[in-house]
Structures are given as C-alpha cells and as structure tokens.
Design a protein around this ligand. Structure first.
Ligand code: PLP
Length: 377
C-alpha cells in the first residue's frame, strides 16, 4: 500500500478491479471482448493504475471521453486500442493519428470536418438509436449505410467500427426493456447492411446492457461502472458477483461534547435534542462528499454508524458519535466501504443524495489522494 496523506483518502483494490473484469469476461457471448471504459479518471479510481491493471489482466480495449484522457493513458504505457467516445475538435486530427487513438464520429458533418484535416484517423461511427445524444439517425438504416459507406470509400478516415449507446438498459420495467430491444434492433439493421465491410468493431452494450440484454449483438462490450463493482441501477453488486473497488476513508479530527440545544454547522439546521458527543471529520463537499448528505448521510466508526449532523462544510463535517463512546481522535472513519459488519456503498450515498453511484465516485475530488493495493501492472 502506498503511503498517503491521511486526512481524507481513497483506497483502491486493483485485485478487485481485475476480479470484476474476469467475472464480466466470463459472462460474455462467444466472440465478444470487453472494452474497459476508464473515462473521468476511471470513474474516480485513477485512470493509469486502473488501465495498467486491466492491461496486465489481458484487456486490450479502452474507452475514454476526451483526447487528453487518451493521450494521458498512451503516455503511461497503455498500448491497446483507445477510443475517444465524445467530441474532439477536428483540428486535433494529427494528435489522434500520432498517438494511434480512435475517434468516435458524432455525425456526418463532424466526419467531413475531421476528414478535411487530411489525416488517416481511425474512427468508429456513432449511431443514435434512441439516446438522442450523438450519432447518425439510426431510425433510417439506409441513410446510415449511405453515409458510412461514403466516408469509408472516401479513404481519408479509417472507419473501423460502428456503435450505439443504450439509454434505458438499467431500468427493469417492461417499457424500458422494449425500448432497449428496439434500440438494439435499429443497431442490428445498420450493422447487417455493413457486413461486407468487415468492420472490426461493432458495439452497443454498456454495463447494464451487458448484464441484462446481451443476446450476442456486437463483438465488443463497453463496460464501465460494473468494472468498479457498482451496479448501474444502484442495486446490490453481489447479485452479479461484483466487488466494490473503492473505499473512502477519513479520520476523527476532534471530539466534542455539546449541551442540549446546541446548534451545529452553517445555518443551524441541526440542534442537539439532548446532550451529545460529536466528531469533526476533515472531509467536506470540496473533497466530493455531496452537500446534499447534510443531516442525511452516515459514516462508519469502529464498526458502528454515525449520522451526519448539520450541513456538510467545504472541508469538514460533523457526525453524531453519542452511540460510540469508544471512539477516539485519529480513529479511522469509513465514508464509503466496509467496517466490521457494516458497509456504505456508492449507491447508498447516491440514494441519500438524489444521484447515482456513478456520480458519487466521479465526484471524489483530486484533493483526496488515492492509494492502491493489489498488482498495478
Ligand atoms: C460512459 C459510457 C459507457 C460506459 O457506461 P457504463 O454504464 O458505465 O458501463 C459506455 N458507452 C458510452 C458511449 C459511454 O459514454
């Protein structure tokens, strides 16, 4: 374990990341491979350590959101396929080629701007089959085919794949399942029309799609959140054999006894209803602990729950440790993770703060140092 500054810090278990990867691989259909989605600093887990651990485990496909994220990984020794899923200004065509990075084509106009740079950029065409974000209009398969063939035949851009993105694969109501099937059918229609091009990469499944809707469509599965041991719908990851990779720890900086009627923190939103013992924790919303957890969140100390009292501050928060008389200054505090028999998951905090597990881990700021256990590369 690396030595970190123990004020507020994150511990990443790379062995668990690799176990999740293997578990996902074991459930794929024949001919499919995992593309590890490691955008946004691997959802807050650290892009380079995550990518190198997965690369060592045999993963050869990676996706990020931006060109700088991709270059960062290349420079750190990631040598597999690297796909940028979002917008890159066309003027960076030279960098895409120099670093051997594949760019998503957002639409026909974007493709022509990129091609106008005259660089042999590797590309995957995005299809909009119902997400209403980027991509060619997937409701018109013939038009998609025409555009993709014309860009392919122009011979400047190297069209190596087509992909789409599912909007509702994490929802289990029947209307959403039907919507997902319709998206996949639209995608299948375009992919079938292009079969003679033998595009090496055909992909439509995200984590939720891989877990719940994998009928063998496509040869790549873009897995993000499940690699990190978090369910896309914030359900229990154990149901799919997934292990949470990230724990977030802090310490007790100060303990104080307060009298009944004592107001706590900004705006006095909490007033002690009785004499209480509070602990001051040096983690706040600038560290990424959501301010909506004010008076709602809880942390773990000595295997017991301590509720957040009053507003979360920028750099600190207060918790009620009246029920944990054995707690001492400098005790480790678990914000996310397990302590004794109890656990707080990213999804737990997400539910309490009206968001999703994805945002909970992505929001942990870079003021919070990451330390790693397990094999790095
Ligand atoms: C972020 C993203 C993914 C990964 O989604 P998960 O739900 O984390 O698996 C896959 N594809 C695209 C296009 C994305 O933007």
């Amino acid at each position: 374990m690396d030595i970190v500054f123990k004020r507020s810090w994150v511990e990443i278990d790379l062995n668990r990341l690799v176990l999740n990867y293997r578990s996902i691989v074991s459930k794929l259909e024949a001919g499919q491979q995992v593309m590890a989605v490691i955008k946004a600093d691997a959802y807050g887990h650290g892009d380079v350590p995550a990518a190198l651990a997965l690369q060592a485990a045999g993963c050869g496909f990676f996706a990020v959101a931006t060109l700088p994220e991709a270059v960062h990984l290349r420079n750190a020794g990631v040598h597999g396929e690297l796909l940028v899923l979002g917008y890159t200004p066309a003027e960076y065509a030279g960098e895409l080629v120099r670093y051997d990075i594949t760019q998503a084509l957002l639409n026909e106009e974007y493709a022509s701007h990129l091609a106008a740079q005259g660089q042999p950029v590797k590309c995957h065409f995005a299809l909009d089959t119902g997400m209403t974000r980027i991509g060619l209009d997937g409701s018109d398969a013939a038009a998609c085919e025409r555009v993709i063939r014309s860009v392919h035949e122009a011979g400047i851009l190297r069209v190596a794949g087509v992909f789409t993105h599912l909007s509702s694969a994490d929802m289990d109501d029947e209307a959403s399942a039907e919507y997902t099937r319709a998206q996949m059918d639209r995608f299948r229609a375009v992919a079938t029309r292009l079969e003679d091009l033998h595009l090496p990469y055909v992909h439509c499944l995200n984590s939720a799609g891989a877990l719940r809707h994998n009928d063998g469509l496509g040869n790549i599965v873009r897995a993000g959140i499940i690699l990190y041991g978090i369910e896309p719908d914030d359900s229990d990851p154990a149901q799919d054999g997934l292990l949470p990779v990230l724990s977030w720890k802090s310490v007790i900086a100060e303990i104080r006894n307060v009298r009944e009627g004592t107001p706590v923190s900004y705006g006095r939103t909490f007033t002690a209803p009785k004499p209480m013992t509070l602990a001051v924790i040096p983690t706040g919303y600038a560290d990424g602990y959501n301010r909506l957890l004010s008076n709602r969140g809880h942390v773990l100390i000595r295997g017991k729950r301590a509720p957040v009292v009053g507003r979360i501050c920028m750099d600190q928060m207060m918790v009620d440790i009246s029920g944990i008389p054995e707690a001492k200054v400098e005790d480790t505090v678990t914000l996310l993770g397990t302590d004794g028999g109890l656990s707080v998951t990213a999804s737990d905090l997400a539910r309490l703060s009206g968001t999703i597990g994805y945002e909970t881990v992505c929001a942990i700021s870079n003021r919070v140092p990451r330390s790693y256990t397990g094999k790095k590369n």
